[in-house]
Design a protein around this ligand. Structure first.
Ligand code: PLP
Length: 277
């Protein structure tokens, strides 16, 4: 005998998850990119919308091919989803082409009210392969997007690449420069630095506002930056203020990395769907 169908009571608006709009590249290994965003948002009780900006061929070691999605398709997806669901925050990962960056920038400029955007300025896979394609300069395209970013999350290499006018190793000067170009705040993540501890610093136009240190974990990871940026965006979607969102996201990411799965021959895949508190 089949069991009777049990209908749940109608949901109230406050029972619904906040919606996070994610733009990013598809990494078929499931380590980085839009899959990382979707897993992170889902683990954190947020409903992810996924607008894919590029298809890539890559594994846990490196990328070998990138094909950008046409900008018109990205614009159409952004408009349609935004008109349909109550988007609370946006996470932008790999934009992959200057045309896609422009599509995002124009959509954001026209959008009212403003939404908090976390922009992860992805340039290359940690294996070294560049992830941008198409005509135009990726750095100029990313810099033009800075006014949209409530938070920019570069690693140290991305910070340096985005601020060629600053010389030397003054991280704060570079972060403040990005704020002067429009970013609300900059979280510089130190995972790519050869320091004994991983240090992440939060800056705004006024200087350094916070620093988080954690022991460096052994081994390499594939998708650590995507995990952190989408966790911050998920907490912003829940209504956390920026500092609390960064704090919680670093905690979530630390657990995901400490329990990462060594599934392939390259970086381990962060375990984003396990218990983390
Ligand atoms: N592929 C895509 C689509 C990404 O968005 C990213 C990072 O954001 C990467 C690859 C690189 O990930 P990782 O630096 O962890 O190799």
């Amino acid at each position: 005998m089949t069991s009777p169908l049990v209908l749940s009571p109608p949901l109230r608006a406050e029972d619904l998850p906040p919606v996070l709009l994610c733009l990013g590249g598809h990494d078929p290994s499931g380590g980085a990119g839009i899959v990382a965003d979707v897993q992170t948002a889902t683990a954190l009780g947020v409903h992810p919308l996924s607008v894919v900006t590029a298809l890539t061929v890559q594994d846990s070691r490196n990328a070998v091919l990138v094909r950008a999605v046409p900008a018109a398709l990205i614009t159409a997806a952004l408009r349609r989803l935004d008109a349909d669901m109550p988007v609370r925050a946006v996470k932008v990962g790999l934009l992959a082409s200057p045309a896609a960056a422009r599509a995002f920038r124009l959509w954001w400029r026209a959008r009212r009210p403003r939404l908090p955007v976390v922009l992860d300025p992805v340039l290359r896979a940690s294996g070294g392969r560049g992830l941008w394609t198409g005509a135009g300069d990726p750095l100029a395209a990313l810099r033009a997007c800075l006014p949209s970013a409530a938070l920019l999350t570069p690693n140290h290499d991305e910070l340096v690449a985005l601020t060629p006018e600053i010389t030397g190793d003054d991280e704060e000067a570079r972060a403040r420069r990005l704020c002067s170009l429009g970013a609300g705040a900059v979280l510089v993540t130190g995972g790519d630095q050869p320091t004994p501890e991983v240090e992440s610093s939060l800056y705004d136009a006024g200087g350094r506002r916070g620093v988080w240190r954690s022991p460096r974990l052994a081994g390499a990871f594939h998708g650590s930056g995507c995990t952190l940026a989408s966790a911050v965006a998920s907490f912003l979607a829940h209504g956390y203020d920026l500092r609390a969102a960064v704090d919680e996201a670093l905690r979530f990411s630390a657990v995901a990395l400490a329990s990462a799965w060594p599934l392939g021959r390259g970086g381990a895949i962060p375990r984003r769907c396990g218990p983390w508190r």
